[in-house]
Design a protein around this ligand. Structure first.
Ligand code: GLP
Length: 288
């Protein structure tokens, strides 16, 4: 797990957007997993800027969104379909046929969920999954006690999630109670994962996800089992991390492992030292 802490939300978002750009530059037909919520807004803004100003190309990209509220049509202003259209899709050159978002209005959820899982596999699997985190430590809508092996399915939202998300609706009573969401198991199959979190109200969930035990009570903690996860935080969201000095230290020191050149130089140095020591031993034997 790589923990990258930036001083501000904006810097954090730009850094995370760069990972998306690098993925697309090395694989123009990459499959992206996308998240909603207020956290990735600035990341999406940066991707739109990169598209407009630097020609970041989405023409061959396929996307799968994590989740959707059950019962909201795609034109409902609080649906995740609407969110994605408004904040990303209508500003970039992605083909509408390459966009997948769980349906909140299908008449057969079981069949839909199975199809969604199949479609991800048929498209080659998710290369890069973007995630936010709920204040109860959830990823997508995998609320506490979700199986860490779970697949796309319907989940009942936790009270705290309904309260958190009520700010987007006119009244709390308008927040849907159910959502269709990728499972933790689905998410863990992504080749690379980038989680973004900002603000003090995420500091607890972030600390538990990174430094706590792997537990279905904080589904983001399952990311500890993933081999290529990067967590981008602003200073406030990193506020409760016990090892914060260590993460800052790693960041200041640069890449985690020496390059091949370093290894070679070290090896040559070691051999040279061995040879010198051997010569010294021989010399002392001859002279005594
Ligand atoms: C919802 C979404 C999550 C998101 C979370 C946090 O529950 N299903 O994918 O990470 O909200 O949202 P925000 O970024 O607005 O805090």
């Amino acid at each position: 797990m790589k923990i990258i802490i930036h001083e501000s939300y904006e810097e954090m978002s730009v850094a995370a957007a760069r990972v998306v750009a690098q993925t697309l530059n090395s694989k123009p037909n990459a499959v992206l997993g996308l998240a909603t919520g207020s956290t990735p807004l600035s990341l999406y803004e940066e991707l739109v800027r990169m598209h407009r100003e630097e020609g970041l190309d989405f023409s061959q990209v396929t996307t799968f969104n994590l989740d959707e509220y059950v019962g909201l049509t795609r034109d409902h202003e609080q649906s995740y379909h609407y969110f994605m259209r408004e904040h990303l899709f209508r500003h970039i050159n992605i083909s509408p046929t390459n966009i997948y978002i769980p349906s909140g209005t299908t008449d057969n959820y079981e069949a839909f969920c199975a199809w969604y899982e199949r479609r991800i596999v048929e498209c080659g699997g998710i290369d890069l999954q973007i995630l936010g985190i709920g204040s109860d430590g959830h990823i997508a809508f995998n609320e506490p006690s979700s199986s860490l092996g779970s697949r796309t399915r319907i989940k009942t939202l936790a009270k705290i999630t309904i309260e958190d998300n009520a700010r987007f609706f006119e009244r709390e009573a308008d927040v849907p109670i159910y959502a269709i969401t990728m499972g933790v198991g689905t998410i863990l199959e992504a080749r690379k994962i980038v989680l973004v979190a900002n603000g003090k109200n995420k500091a607890d969930a972030v600390a538990q996800a990174i430094e706590g035990p792997v537990t279905s009570m904080i589904t983001a903690s399952a990311l500890q089992l993933h081999r290529d996860t990067e967590i981008y935080l602003d200073r406030a969201a990193a506020g409760n991390l016990k090892m914060i000095d260590y993460y800052d230290w790693i960041q200041a020191k640069g890449p985690a492992a020496p390059t091949t050149e370093h290894w070679r130089a070290d090896e040559a140095h070691a051999q040279g030292t061995d040879a010198a020591a051997h010569a010294a031993r021989e010399h002392s034997r001859e002279t005594t």
